[in-house]
Design a binder for this molecule. Structure first.
Ligand code: EPZ
Length: 435
């Protein structure tokens, strides 16, 4: 049973009670190992509810979103043994719940994956609208459309997302836009539908492939994950599995950008270089040396970094989750960079904070025009979301002096012990309570 007493005390991880102090000017050097992926973990953990036997998930990152999902599965009645930073063993058989508390739903965006998982498990789900980063309106219309396409009644009443169906029947799902969340949710529900489901215009992110691999390891019949057409043949029974999630693509990218920002030379071990191709190409364009190895990437800076243009796209394009750390890096690149954020409509709030450090940035709608400056100066700043927090760290690593980053709890949602990793590479970074 997941012992809630062991849970990290809220006051340590809650927003506003701590600050991070970062003293810039240290070139990062050495080797670091990347953790398991947040966005794959938060899809794979709910998927254990579809299983008819116990499952073990390994290589889970010790992050707030994973702790939240351990609590949510426990709330639903599953037996959860969780060793933070190691593994989670889930026995879903005793779970009888079809809804979760508003508090738990609000702790992360991925709480809405319980819709697809419970719909596939027992044909009924009532989940309060999720929390997650405030980076745009983030509607769920495509999730509901997908559930309806396989026979469910699905909607939102009073801030509660509901989905219900006696027996799901496979169908064709045509997404109006490429959406990771809706692709995950429909995959979860369709696994146990009667008949075949085809998802058109599916998301292709690495975590979609990882979820399909996990489901197939339990006996699901999913083909085409990683392409824009995913075919799912429903099955009645899923057997237990032990599965290790893939490394975190966005943590890998954030560490690569940190090395570029500090003029360093690091090797990131345990990553999947091909997942990083879009970022690697952009760093090479800036004049940063990036060398792919089997399961590692070396980032090595010689000389001035040049300004570039970046446009976020769905995978395999430049990831929106790396736009914020990258735009922080570009504030000191030589020349003017143009960053276009095509996925979310409000993902530049970190630049308001970094402007306090002397950055020259203009934001017009979904475009940021960044004129590189020779130096940033330390400043007190506040993280407004997970990747904004990462961007503030990147900027602080480059700045003269010691910057303060408030509300670092956002960063803990998606990065496992980021200070330890950066400190092991020579960064001067620590956390202290705000008295
Ligand atoms: C997932 O969010 C990730 N979160 C995000 O990472 C990531 O930025 C995003 O995918 C894009 O890669 C998790 O995996 C938990 P979407 P998600 O559905 O699923 C619109 C991080 O920092 N849309 O692909 O919410 C939506 O508004 C987080 O780790 C609809 O219009 O993203 C957005 O503009 C932040 N209707 C676009 O699609 C819908 O029903 C892409 O959203 C669903 C989405």
């Amino acid at each position: 049973m997941y012992n809630r007493q062991k849970e990290i005390p809220r006051e340590v991880n809650s927003l506003g009670k701590e600050r991070m102090l970062v003293t810039g000017g240290h070139a990062l050097e050495g080797q670091v190992r990347v953790s398991g992926g947040k966005n794959t973990a938060v899809a794979v953990i709910p998927a254990t509810l579809l299983c008819n036997e116990p499952c073990t998930i390994e290589n889970l990152p010790d992050i707030e979103d994973v702790h939240a999902l351990a609590d949510i599965l426990t709330e639903l009645g599953a037996r959860v043994e969780y060793e933070p930073g190691k593994m989670m063993r889930v026995d879903p058989r005793p779970a009888e719940g079809i809804s979760i508390s508003y508090h738990n739903a609000q702790r992360l965006r991925a709480s809405y994956y319980l819709l697809g998982a419970l719909l596939g498990r027992c044909g009924k789900a009532k989940i309060p609208t999720p929390g997650g980063c405030e980076i745009g309106t983030r509607p769920v219309d495509q999730h509901l459309k997908g559930f309806q396409a396989i026979g469910a009644e699905a909607g939102e009443i009073g801030g509660i997302l509901t989905a219900e169906c006696e027996q799901l029947t496979g169908g064709d799902v045509f997404f109006d836009i490429v959406t990771v969340g809706a692709t995950v949710n429909v995959m979860l529900a369709a696994c146990k539908a009667k008949g075949n489901t085809v998802i058109y215009n599916a998301a292709k992110e690495p975590h979609i492939v990882d979820l399909a691999n996990f489901l197939n390891s339990m006996g699901a019949r999913i083909r085409g994950a990683g392409t824009d057409i995913i075919r799912i043949r429903g099955v009645q029974y899923l057997h237990g599995s032990t599965y290790a999630v893939i490394p975190d693509q966005i943590e890998t990218g954030t560490l690569m950008i940190a090395a570029a920002a500090t003029g360093g030379d690091i090797i990131i071990n345990g990553c999947i270089p091909t997942h990083m191709d879009a970022l690697s190409a952009k760093l090479l364009e800036m004049g940063v040396k990036v060398t792919d190895q089997d399961d590692a990437i070396r980032v090595h800076v010689v000389g001035q970094r040049r300004a570039i243009n970046v446009k976020t796209q769905v995978y395999p394009g430049f990831p929106t989750d790396l736009q914020q750390p990258m735009s922080a890096l570009l504030t000191t690149a030589k020349g003017t960079s143009i960053v276009t954020e095509t996925i979310f409509e409000q993902r530049f709030r970190h630049l308001d904070e970094i402007r306090r450090m002397g950055a020259h940035v203009r934001v017009m709608g979904r475009t940021a025009i960044i004129e590189g400056v020779s130096e940033l100066y330390s400043a007190p700043m506040t993280a407004t979301d997970l990747r904004a927090g990462a961007a503030l760290i990147i900027a602080s690593l480059m700045a003269r002096g010691t910057s303060e980053i408030y509300e670092p709890g956002y960063i803990d949602r998606g990065y496992e012990h980021i200070e330890d990793k950066l400190r092991s590479l020579g960064a001067e970074i620590r956390r202290e309570p705000v008295l």
